[in-house]
Design a protein around this ligand. Structure first.
Ligand code: SF4
Length: 376
């Protein structure tokens, strides 16, 4: 069983903090769609298994696609893949696109889970981020999705925005909880290179995120989730029982997936592939029947490191036995570092074999992973 990711590389506006691959030139949408349908054909043999458990439309902004365009993608996929065991078809959408008519259209496709890029319900924060939607549209998008039968909803939030208070973040969480949303993702604002935000900070126009505020908001988030029945099952993801994301969980558990569209990544169980992050070159290569990707064969150390990095982010933690089955030579160093992290209160032993991040450890997840990883 495998997953399929489809990258839709267009956005109506550029958010100040974003470094994903997208273009605001929607004139190339037809060209993109044409190439995407052809890429599905060209890479039909990539996955060993044609049984698909999840499909995920990410971006960019998948909600720039019309119902007809989406149906043409499903139709092409169905020529090569078996959807009988499909557990989830997720679709990222911006609130300003989720009008009643558009949601009704989505209801006539196989999409059964909407991932709504709310980020915040606060008007000033949305303007600061240069989002294409406003607070009213954020509320309306959720109401429309619930009205037209989308039971599986997830919402994205961003915290740690400079100058914004804990109370404002609490209001965002309260809104989600009151709507009865079963899954949400919350990300700390990070300043990525080459973004408008990075440029403004460099010029002194904006302040960088305050680490103390971000830490305080993450602590608040963990308490809020626990007190309101959300399981903190991955460092940035929270779900009510039985509502974890199927597709994203596949990434964290090393299940193979095919990524289609510019900048999409794929994994076949042993190698990683990434498509070119340029819409025009992607189109040109596909038109010439060339695959638009590069490949990296994962060494045993790479596989060990990936297991540590993704496993630690999950509530299940890492299994020493599993880690050492990938790279047994790591034994002495791994056990010594784990012992030290345990003493420092950053890791906790769940069973004799399993280790999980403690609450303090969750604040330092990247550092702990780096300490446990091996050098190639
Ligand atoms: S809508 Fe999403 S992908 Fe597009 S610029 Fe904003 S954050 Fe980035």
């Amino acid at each position: 069983m495998a997953g399929i990711y489809i990258h839709v590389p267009f956005c109506r506006k550029a958010c100040t903090y974003c470094n994903f691959h997208f273009s605001t030139n929607l004139d190339r949408k037809n060209e993109y769609l044409h190439s995407l349908l052809k890429e599905i054909e060209l890479r039909k043999d990539f996955l060993n298994d044609n049984k698909i458990r999840s499909i995920y439309f990410g971006g960019g902004t998948p909600s720039v696609l019309s119902k007809g365009e989406l149906l043409s993608i499903f139709e092409r996929l169905s020529k090569y893949y078996d959807f009988n065991d499909l557990l989830e078809v997720s679709f990222e959408a911006n609130p300003d696109d989720l009008t009643e008519d558009y949601i009704k259209d989505l209801g006539e496709t196989p999409i059964d889970r909407l991932s709504i890029g709310i980020q915040s319900f606060n008007e000033k924060i949305l303007q600061w981020m240069n989002r294409s939607h406003n607070s009213h549209q954020a509320v309306l998008a959720i109401e429309n999705a619930q009205k037209y039968g989308f039971k599986k909803l997830t919402v994205d939030l961003i915290y740690g925005v400079p100058g914004r208070s804990l109370d404002q973040f609490r209001e965002d969480l309260d809104r989600i909880n009151k709507f009865g949303i079963h899954h949400f993702s919350a990300y700390a604002l990070t300043v990525e290179p080459k973004t408008l935000l990075a440029h403004r900070i460099k010029k002194g126009i904006e302040k960088p995120p305050d680490e103390t505020d971000t830490t305080e908001q993450f602590d608040f988030l963990m308490d809020y989730a626990q007190n309101h029945g959300y399981e903190h099952y991955e460092i940035s993801n929270f779900a009510k029982p039985e509502c974890r994301a199927v597709h994203n969980s596949s990434y964290w558990k090393g299940i193979p997936y095919l990524g289609l569209g510019p900048s999409a990544h794929s994994y076949d169980g042993q190698n990683r592939f990434w498509n070119i992050s340029n819409n025009a070159i992607y189109h040109k290569k596909i038109s010439n029947n060339e695959l638009p990707h590069e490949m990296e064969e994962l060494t045993l150390i790479d596989q060990f490191n990936e297991y540590i990095m993704t496993g630690l982010r999950l509530t299940e933690g890492i299994s020493i036995e599993k880690a050492l089955s990938i790279f047994p030579e790591a034994k002495k160093e791994l056990l010594t570092t784990i012992e030290k992290m345990e003493k420092d209160g950053l890791l906790i032993c769940l069973t004799t074999d399993n280790y999980q991040l403690t609450r303090s450890g969750k604040h330092l997840a990247d550092y702990i992973s780096a300490e446990l990883m091996m050098i190639n």
